[in-house]
Design a protein around this ligand. Structure first.
Ligand code: CIZ
Ligand code: SF4
Length: 300
């Protein structure tokens, strides 16, 4: 069976759109209607005509798509695709933090569950986190769950950023030593890091940005070689858009295994069986929506 052709056919038949996160396997990115970062895809999903969204990513991303488009059917082809960083904090934990620091607003990275978003005051992405914190009229914020993104933000604001002990195991894994070795091997390469990387790695970067920022930087920078400090799925579009440039990943197998759980067969099954539907209790969805909506009012 030609899975790609079958998927295309089913997408039409079922009035569905296929979204793929930048960290998905190449074959999925190849046939997706849209590729992007978690928030960009959810915003895209809210604008499309189709009634069904097949979200190739991890659970919190499909939840975000549902939060922004509750009237649409959101399908996550692999129900086991979770995010260890998002799982490092719960709604209860946020409530506890709020009791510990009364009156201090909670900023939560979109890489978090709906329950955590609902308990927070405002969301942020890696692209707008600094502006989100600056937009709050306060001298302290609680930042959850990513301590590395929180630390990165603290470099640019006067606000005291109270960090939580969460992290992305894939980005946390990059070491200064590995980047040094790559830099000495490719002295003319520029190093781009995602702010989920540890602070000492971020310190070494020529440029720090979100996944979408990586594409823009590689395209617009007049340099032939880049060391990439984020998940290797971005390599698909980087190589496609810059065939004359070279990309090296900051460590071998810079791979999110949850992102790689989705494959063509699972997307096919998702369409045939209309699985797995991601929904939320409407009251929870509304509260999570408020935090996302507040973020959307802040300029990027
Ligand atoms: O690390 C991730 O999962 C990222 C960067 C997600 C996203 O697109 O915001
Ligand atoms: Fe979660 Fe990290 Fe995987 Fe992103 S790359 S989904 S933050 S574990």
């Amino acid at each position: 069976m030609d899975l790609k052709a079958e998927i295309k056919k089913l997408l039409k038949e079922k009035d569905a759109v296929l979204l793929a996160h930048n960290y998905q396997i190449d074959e999925i990115q190849e046939i997706a209607d849209f590729t992007g970062d978690s928030l960009g895809l959810s915003i895209e999903a809210s604008k499309v005509q189709q009634n069904t969204i097949v979200f190739c990513g991890v659970h919190f991303m499909a939840e975000t798509a549902h939060i922004l488009s509750p009237e649409k059917t959101v399908l996550l082809p692999e129900i086991e695709a979770g995010c260890p960083m998002a799982d490092m904090i719960t709604g209860d934990k946020v409530r506890q933090l709020k009791m510990e620091y009364p009156g201090v607003p909670v900023v939560c990275y979109v890489n978090s569950s709906a329950e955590v978003k609902a308990e927070s005051d405002i969301c942020c992405t890696s692209a707008n986190a600094v502006n989100v914190v600056k937009s709050l009229d306060t001298d302290r914020v609680i930042f959850v769950p990513d301590k590395n993104l929180g630390h990165y933000v603290s470099r640019f604001v006067d606000t005291e950023v109270i960090l939580y002990e969460g992290f992305c195991p894939i980005h946390e894994r990059v070491t200064k030593k590995e980047v040094e070795v790559l830099k000495s091997k490719h002295p003319d390469a520029l190093f781009v890091a995602h702010p989920e990387c540890p602070p000492e790695v971020v310190d070494m970067a020529d440029h720090v940005c979100s996944t979408s920022g990586v594409y823009k930087y590689a395209k617009e920078t007049d340099n032939k070689k880049f060391i990439i400090g984020t998940e290797e799925g971005v390599g698909y579009r980087l190589r496609k858009e810059n065939p004359d440039k070279e990309f090296y990943f900051a460590y071998d197998s810079f791979k999110c295994k949850n992102m790689k759980k989705t494959n063509l067969k699972k997307v096919y099954d998702a369409l045939v069986n209309e699985q797995y539907k991601i929904t939320l209790d409407p009251a929870l969805r509304n509260r999570a929506y408020t935090s996302i909506d507040k973020m959307l009012q802040v300029p990027r």
